[in-house]
Design a protein around this ligand. Structure first.
Ligand SMILES: Nc1ncnc2c1ncn2[C@@H]1O[C@H](COP(=O)(O)OP(=O)(O)OP(=O)(O)O)[C@@H](O)[C@H]1O
Length: 220
């Protein structure tokens, strides 16, 4: 589903990505781990189609990230919500932008509201929500249109254990339905819970790939 080969991205003298290569199959959850500054978020941004790589190949279901945008769901590391709008309004807006028709949008919204337990604060402005509640709204937006590729960039940062459990559970279900999931985290036990394969990034490239037990502890 996701094929990236030899991707480079420079910011001035900084090589954020330096020959980054990674494949994620449909139905696979890949945990992307690595030190701060290893290039994880830069790669996630390229998958949104908003940041262009300098060189290399990135294909999502055989299409460029720009062309595949409707089939990608992204939960960025930085909270990116409209503080004056409610969670319900966010679902309506992003579902509409993803092309969901009214009835499909209602069903899809009900599903993510239930999966991520948004019901208690659905009609409050997101700017007034706690950090963990905002994370749940952001994850719901990523999941809403049932994309073929989910890009979750540290989605459980600041989340309480119950929120973390509900998010991990819904990601496992989506993967079982054939979704490819790229999941960045600094918290390795989550990857074991997800049954994820692991990619270790360092200095802008993937230096190791495998399941948890296959990788030497010092790498992760
Ligand atoms: N827009 C930008 N302008 C300049 N430098 C950038 C930009 N985005 C990223 N970088 C730099 O690129 C490198 C990779 O950053 P990136 O955010 O991708 O790392 P990361 O692995 O996601 O780190 P973290 O674990 O801290 O989230 C860093 O040195 C960062 O400072």
């Amino acid at each position: 589903m996701l094929h990236a080969h030899g991707v480079t991205k420079r910011y001035g003298a900084i090589r954020a990505l330096d020959g980054f290569t990674l494949d994620v199959a449909a139905g696979e959850i890949t945990g992307l781990v690595g030190h701060n500054g290893a290039g994880k978020s830069t790669f996630a941004e390229i998958l949104t189609g908003l940041v262009e790589p300098d060189a290399g190949t990135v294909l999502i279901g055989g299409r460029t990230p720009g062309a595949a945008r409707g089939d990608v769901g992204v939960a960025p590391q930085q909270i990116a919500l409209y503080p004056a709008a409610t969670a319900r309004e966010h679902l309506r807006l992003f579902g509409g932008l993803a092309g969901l028709r009214r009835r499909d949008l209602a069903a899809a919204s009900d599903e993510v509201i239930d999966d991520l337990r948004l019901g208690d604060f659905l009609d409050r402005r997101t700017g007034l929500l706690s950090g963990g509640q905002q994370r749940r709204v952001q994850a719901a937006i990523a999941l809403l249109h049932r994309p073929g590729l989910l890009v979750m960039d540290e989605p459980t940062a600041g989340a309480d254990p119950e929120t973390r459990q509900s998010l991990l559970a819904v990601l496992r279900r989506r993967a079982a339905d054939g979704c490819a999931v790229l999941y960045t985290t600094h918290y390795l036990p989550e990857l074991a819970e997800l049954g994820a394969t692991i990619a270790v990034a360092r200095q802008g490239r993937v230096i190791a790939r495998g399941t948890g037990p296959e990788l030497p502890g010092s790498l992760t």
